[in-house]
Design a protein around this ligand. Structure first.
Ligand code: NAI
Ligand code: MG
Length: 490
């Protein structure tokens, strides 16, 4: 994987406007909003604040590109080639994009360049390969008929993404939408609009026709809500908080939009006494603290079998104390700031709740420094299942460690959550591993690993963690309509 070894110079910001029909334009209202560097709390730049008027223009552009432009008539294999070209351009600009991501989001540049970007490039290449392999079936029926199905693009799709993985979420959304021949109106999160806008520029350079990808930066209820309510948008793909998804579901009902949701989690990470304990500790550390704990699948509930609990905690806390916090653009930094003041305050209030409700703060527990939205990596032990830090998605560097006794107990406790996004189990016993994998109600189960992602492996949630799956072949279904053609042969 690519890594950066030298300190990265802050990148130049060149795209700050709406991208509609292949043109950069200020917002219709002329309004702008600030995007902030979370490491310094300084304004990076002003960005066009899109709203209903911009969404109207983007829907027109996307509909025209879908119905009348070259995109709709293009051979699927050529469509795939364009997605490949976009992936190649992102790879060409990897360090630049990685630095821009770190500037806007605060994540360590080494993570941007060694995780977010390679995964995004891989995702686009994976879906480029699917473009010409999407086809229907011929189906035997009663009587003298030829019946076949066509798999047609759903049309104009609205895609609304959060701030925790701006580049990667853009790739997860664009990949299957482009492969199936849809056209896109994307709204990046208001905290992190810059890399998605840069990717739109690269899409144009790759030769993806104007109007196929449109990007409207702006706020959720205004720009996002306008996409959700617009009768010219056929589908919404959303990643973010379940409460936002519930609003979207209600607002999308009027126009009967297709919906897919990838939402939050409170994922159990289960460590049996027979596991390779050092590997489990490293996995627990990475599974929660990666990306400042701002992961939908963060392993935020670590359950450790009683007999190894104290040993586990001692070594884990030592490793957490070694985490290097600092400037996201410094390649040795392991943990940057949280994305904004709101998130930092939310996390600190959960830490207060943990202390008030009687958990033991084994390390961390405070803001780090007084400039930038940094939070110390924090571990709570002696945590009980009913505490707020056990039930709520904190979305920050706060781990809760629990003790457990046996298998039946742990399955029940692991499932005692409204979420069902991910789970992990650490054991050398293949029977235990499969028992957990089969009985835990979650869309992804990792055995002796954590956060092992691949573009080909579906990802998404049970219960309140979402509807539908991203990645893999199955994600194509989100962007397709099946059409049945019946031909009388007699
Ligand atoms: P959010 O769900 O409100 O924001 C995600 C995206 O949805 C952003 O682009 C936002 O502008 C947009 N949005 C917000 N309200 C909207 C509306 N009414 N209509 C259409 N689009 C709308 O998440 P937020 O407020 O940034 O974070 C709140 C909490 O959500 C976090 O503390 C965390 O617990 C969770 N979260 C979970 C994520 C995940 O990957 N599962 C990602 C981000 C946040
Ligand atoms: Mg919100």
């Amino acid at each position: 994987m690519a890594t950066t070894t030298e300190s990265v110079t802050p990148p130049k910001v060149t795209e700050t406007e709406c991208f509609i029909g292949g043109r950069w334009t200020p917002s219709v209202t002329g309004k702008t909003f600030e995007t902030i560097n979370p490491a310094t709390e300084e304004v990076i730049c002003e960005v066009a604040e899109g709203d209903a008027g911009d969404v109207d223009l983007a829907v027109d552009a996307a509909r025209t590109a879908f119905c009348d432009g070259p995109w709709g008539k293009m051979d699927a294999r050529d469509r795939g080639m364009l997605i490949h070209r976009l992936a190649n351009l992102i790879e060409r600009d990897l360090v630049e994009l990685g630095a821009l991501e770190s500037l806007d989001n605060g994540k360590p540049v080494n993570d941007s360049c060694s995780a977010d970007l390679p995964l995004a490039i891989d995702c686009l290449r994976y879906y480029a390969g699917w473009a010409d392999k999407i086809h229907g079936k011929t189906i035997p029926v009663r009587g003298d008929f030829l019946v076949y199905t066509r798999r047609e693009p759903v049309g104009v799709v609205g895609q609304i993404i959060p701030w925790n993985f701006p580049i990667l979420m853009t790739a997860w959304k664009w990949g299957p939408a482009l492969a199936t021949g849809c056209t896109i109106i994307m709204k990046p999160a208001e905290q992190t609009p810059l890399t998605c806008l840069r990717m739109a520029k690269l899409a144009q350079e790759a030769g993806i026709p104007d109007g196929v990808i449109n990007v409207i930066p702006g706020y959720g209820p205004t720009a996002g809500g306008s996409i959700v309510k617009h009768p010219g948008v056929d589908k919404i793909a959303f990643t973010g908080e379940h409460i936002t998804a519930q609003i979207i579901m209600r607002e999308a009902a009027e126009t009967m939009k297709r919906l897919t949701f990838e939402l939050g989690g409170k994922s159990p990470n289960i460590v049996f006494a027979d596991s390779d304990l050092d590997a489990a500790i490293a996995g627990a550390h990475f599974g929660l603290f990666f990306n400042q704990g701002q992961c939908c699948c963060a392993g935020s509930r670590v359950f450790v079998e009683e007999s190894v609990h104290d040993q586990f905690v001692e070594k884990l806390v030592a490793s957490v104390k070694n985490r290097k916090l600092g400037d996201p653009l410094d390649p040795v930094t392991e943990q940057g700031p949280q994305v904004d003041q709101t998130q930092m305050d939310k996390i600190l209030s959960y830490i207060d709740l943990g202390n008030e409700q009687g958990a033991h703060c084994a390390t961390g527990g405070k803001r780090f420094g007084d400039r930038g939205y940094f939070v110390e990596p924090t571990v709570f032990t002696e945590v009980q299942d009913e505490m707020k830090i056990s039930t709520d998605e904190i979305f920050g560097p706060v781990m809760s460690v629990f003790k457990f006794k046996d298998m039946d107990e742990i399955i029940e406790r692991a499932n005692k959550t409204m979420y069902g996004l991910a789970a992990a189990v650490w054991t050398q016993d293949v029977n235990k591993a499969h028992h957990v994998a089969n009985n835990v109600r979650a869309g992804t189960v990792w055995v002796n690993c954590y956060d092992a992602f691949d573009a080909a492996a579906p990802f998404g949630g049970f219960k309140m963690s979402g509807i539908g799956r991203e990645l893999g072949e199955v994600a194509l279904d989100n962007y397709l309509e099946d059409k049945t053609v019946t031909v009388a042969l007699s």
